[in-house]
Every structure is written in structure tokens, then in C-alpha cells.
Design a protein around this ligand. Sequence first.
Ligand SMILES: NC(=O)c1ccc[n+]([C@@H]2O[C@H](COP(=O)([O-])OP(=O)(O)OC[C@H]3O[C@@H](n4cnc5c(N)ncnc54)[C@H](O)[C@@H]3O)[C@@H](O)[C@H]2O)c1
Length: 266
Amino acid sequence: MTSPSLAGQTAVITGAGSGVGRASALRFAAAGARVVCADVREDWAKETARLVGAAGGTGVVTRCDVAVEADVADTVAAAVENFGRLDIMFNNVGITGFKPGASFEDFTADDFARLTDVNFRGVFNGCKFAVKQFKQQGRDGDRGGVIVNTGSVAGIVGFGSVVYGATKGAVNQITRGIAIECAPFGIRCNAICPGAMPLTNFTPVSPGAEFSPPAQQYLDEVAALQPLGRYLTAEDCAEAALFLASDASKNITGILLPVDGGYTAR
Ligand SMILES: NC(=O)c1ccc[n+]([C@@H]2O[C@H](COP(=O)([O-])OP(=O)(O)OC[C@H]3O[C@@H](n4cnc5c(N)ncnc54)[C@H](O)[C@@H]3O)[C@@H](O)[C@H]2O)c1
């Protein structure tokens, strides 16, 4: 089977400064896409764009807080200004609600607001401005534009991080709803639902913390959570996102694709 191609297409990737976003920017560019690397950490996004360029691809950067509507609108506009159109919107940003030792009822109103603003409103904003642009462009044959969202296994099963899981359940459900409403326009909308990725820079409620590599014992414990016995990587998710972004999945919409080593199959 040949690798999916995104030749000549333009993709916006949010959260492109780290983890799944950076791996996807590199993978999408290797598949031929021009990528807009959007992140609240502009310095991280710039490093991703530099890596894309060093690998022979084309990437530009926007400083974008996905919770802020105007930032997301500007990011979609940057795709059009730089590359003439938008073909793929990958709404990948998410922050974790992990608070050591905290129960669900310990979450403050501010914690709740931040998690829902970034994880749910951020995806809504991305879908909204992508669909406006897709409809304005019109469809090209079967292709009316593609949205890929990053949900989570925590949006499918009870996972132990209650508020975070609820925001991801919302991401999963907005994905299905948009898939149905936008199907007549040839717009597809799917989600990847990652399992545990201990090697990304999964940011706490306040973004910006630097990554420090976990101990081997922790990695082994995380790996053992999956029936396949491996923890997930950003590259695993990038491959799944590439499939959903490309014409290889042209007759697939409204699915939640677990990238989870079998975690949710139990
Ligand atoms: N790491 C995991 O174990 C795991 C598991 C399941 C799902 N996910 C999901 O995968 C996605 C990617 O996570 P990751 O592990 O690559 O995390 P990561 O922290 O490595 O990358 C997230 C990126 O998003 C950026 N970001 C944070 N808040 C932002 C905002 N408001 N606006 C714009 N950019 C913002 C960060 O600066 C960072 O570059 C998220 O949606 C996350 O919820 C992660």
C-alpha cells in the first residue's frame, strides 16, 4: 500500500509546537502538505517550522491561543494568505486536567473554565472557521475540506480525569455532529482518540511547562496499560491523523479512531 499523499494541500495544525502537533506537522509536510504551525508557544511553533523546512517542507507559524476566537480566525486567514486556500484543519490542542492527588470535586471554577475553553471551545473555534473557509472555497469534486480533531480515550471511557474526560467527550460529539451537518458539502470530520503518550509535553492547566523525560519505571507502567504492551507515541497519532486527513479515508466521516494499543477494546 502506498503512503497517503497530501501533495499540494494546505493544513493548519494547532498545538504544532510539541508532541502530536509537531509530529503531525513533520508527517503532513513529508506527505506533501504546506503546513501552518499554530501554537500559543510561538517559540515552539517556530522550531517545528524550522524542522519542517530542514526536512525539505514548507511551514509557516502563527501565534494562536485556540480559546481565543480571533486568534483562530487569524490562523485560518494565514493559511489562505500564504498558500491560497485551506484543505485540512487539524484541531489538536488539548491540555490535561491532572492535579496530583486531586479528586473531581477539588476542581475550581477556574480549572473548569480553562479546560473547557482550551479543549472544547478551542476545537469549536477551529471547526467553525475551517468550515466557513471550506464553504467559501466550494468543493473540488469529492473534496470539500477535512477536519481532524484530537479527542482522547478519556472521552470514550471513564479514565480517572473527570473534567478533562468530559471535555474530550464533547470533542468526540462535536466531531460526529459536524460530520453529519457538513457531509452535504463534502466536508469530512473525524477524530483521533489517543491513549497514554508519556513522551509528549502534555501541558498542565497553565500551558508553558517544559518537558522532563520520565523514569523508565514509569514508562514501563504506562506501556503495561495497553493490551499491546506499548505506550503510544506522537508519531503513532500523526500516522492516524494523516490517514484521516488524506483521500485514503475519503469515504470515512464521523468516526472516533482510537490510537490506543487496544485500551478501549477491553
Ligand atoms: N499525551 C497524552 O497522554 C494524551 C492522551 C490522550 C490525548 N491527548 C491529546 O493529544 C493532544 C496533543 O497532546 P500532546 O500529548 O501532543 O501534548 P503537548 O503538550 O506535547 O502539545 C500540546 C501543544 O499545544 C499547545 N497549546 C496548549 N494550550 C494551547 C492553546 N490554548 N492554544 C494553542 N496552543 C496551545 C502547547 O504549547 C503544546 O505545543 C491533546 O489534545 C491531548 O489532549 C494526549
